[in-house]
Design a protein around this ligand. Structure first.
Ligand code: ADP
Ligand code: MG
Length: 210
């Protein structure tokens, strides 16, 4: 079964749990090559979404993503707040009312990630969350017809490979770009949290499907 906004409270709770579980690790990553606030920024937004989750569950995807986007923009702050806010607002703008099929969702997600690139003036290979989100968007579009469990496994693998790849990159966007070669050897915090959140979402959606 395709996930519906009825699954959102569980998805948001799973995201909160994975961020809590990895908060020290992510703070160390952002502390090493950024300013250390990344996980706290995200947690502020996720706490606000948890408070709204019953309301979100009653909407369709288009309206839910619009509401999520506004909350993320106003609560998260930092580069990640405007980037994730752009993702969700673009998802809302691109989807039609009602229940999108997997192809429509994949196309909207790809449009959202493209809008993030325009917003951040950034692309793949610059040691950011986009090194996870761009390959995930591509995989979702290319593999949309696979059976759900196989698709979810693939997305989790692609997200992990994307986060891992940032370790050896030199940053050309965001605070880590001030460090030049010295940022090498540290995984990007935003890539790590993107990967953690995608993995958490896949676990909920996969559990629903089973
Ligand atoms: P800030 O850098 O403003 O403190 P956060 O700490 O919340 O914001 O988020 C930092 C993360 O945002 C980085 O690890 C990186 O993944 C991502 N990021 C920063 N700038 C950009 C950009 N221009 N394009 C894409 N992602 C970016
Ligand atoms: Mg930061």
């Amino acid at each position: 079964m395709a996930p519906t906004p009825r699954n959102l409270p569980q998805i948001i709770a799973a995201i909160a749990a994975t961020l809590k579980q990895h908060e020290d690790e992510v703070t160390d990553l952002d502390g090493a090559i950024g300013d250390g606030d990344h996980v706290v920024n995200l947690q502020r937004g996720v706490a606000a979404l948890q408070a709204q989750s019953a309301e979100l569950a009653d909407l369709d995807w288009k309206a839910a993503f619009q509401k999520i986007g506004m909350t993320v923009m106003s609560k998260v702050g930092g580069a990640s707040g405007s980037l994730y806010g752009t993702l969700f607002v673009t998802l809302a703008k691109t989807l039609a009312d009602g229940a999108p099929d997997r192809r429509a969702f994949a196309a909207a997600f790809a449009a959202g990630v493209e809008a993030m690139q325009a917003r951040g003036k950034s692309s793949e290979g610059e040691k950011t969350m986009l090194d996870v989100l761009i390959p995930v968007a591509r995989c979702l579009e290319r593999e949309a017809e696979r059976p759900l469990p196989a698709l979810l496994d693939l997305l989790v693998e692609v997200a992990w490979a994307g986060a891992e790849a940032t370790r050896d990159m030199v940053a050309t966007k965001g605070r880590a770009s001030f460090l030049g070669e010295r940022a090498k050897g540290v995984m990007d915090a935003g890539a790590r949290t993107s990967q953690l959140m995608i993995t958490a979402i896949a676990a909920v959606v996969g559990g629903e499907a089973a």
